[in-house]
Design a protein around this ligand. Structure first.
Ligand code: SIN
Ligand code: FE2
Length: 224
């Protein structure tokens, strides 16, 4: 790639951490430093105190997910025997989801912009958990990017194309990494093959937390 007549130039630090995985899929490695990760974790703990993690099950079969989940923001994604959907209330407490932490709204404003996110799904992965290859397609808005933030142990994350048969690549998402799935990658198949337990000291116990922020409705914000 280098022409010998041209001296090789090291890219600036910032661009080395921003990698386009495929058109529309951007990996911002190390976006949150340790202090920001710690502050976000505290905000997540506040959310979980108000909206406890619940055990989702697969539609129809009722097979439990290996992750537990909760949400914050006006809408939350849930899965039960009846199907996948967004709803305004926690399935066990019957309470509205807690507000999205200001730091997440700021991250979205910086990386995505308007309209604001309506849902933040919080997945907790114990070290043995995984997430099968799937598309995020329960939203009416399939144009606004999805923003994903990783906290805790590194995940072996897989991303492919918009059909299940497309080739995939796998990357290691570490604590503080952010990924955006927009444009042609908005409907990319993705999943988590495994968690590399012990790769981060952020959480008290081995495991990982993933936050997925999404716009659900089309058009202007429905948020109060
Ligand atoms: C998801 O697709 O719901 C989660 C992805 C991740 O954990 O990184
Ligand atoms: Fe997903």
């Amino acid at each position: 790639m280098n022409d010998r007549s041209e001296p090789e130039e090291a890219p600036p630090e910032e661009s080395r951490r921003v990698l386009t995985l495929q058109p529309g899929a951007v990996w911002v490695a190390g976006k949150l430093d340790r202090a920001a990760q710690g502050a976000l974790l505290e905000a997540v703990r506040d959310v979980v105190r108000a909206a406890p993690l619940f055990q989702p099950v697969m539609p129809k079969t009722g097979k439990p997910f290996s992750v537990r989940m909760t949400n914050c923001g006006p809408l939350g994604w849930v899965s039960d025997r009846a199907g996948y959907r967004y709803q305004t209330l926690h399935p066990e407490t019957g309470m509205p989801w807690p507000a999205m932490p200001a730091s997440l709204l700021a991250l979205w404003a910086e990386l995505v912009g308007d309209p604001p996110p309506e849902a933040c799904l919080i997945n907790h992965y114990p070290p043995t958990a995984r997430m099968g290859l799937h598309q995020d397609r329960d939203e009416d808005d399939l144009e606004t990017p999805v923003l994903s933030v990783s906290l805790g142990d590194t995940a072996v994350f897989r991303i492919g194309g918009t059909t299940r048969k497309d080739p995939t690549r796998s990357i290691r998402l570490a604590s503080g990494d952010v990924v955006l799935f927009g444009g042609p990658a908005r409907l990319a198949f993705h999943g988590v093959d495994r968690i590399l337990a012990g790769t981060s000291t952020l959480l008290e116990r081995p495991g990982r937390i993933n936050l997925t922020l999404r716009r659900v409705s089309k058009g202007p914000s429905t948020a109060p």
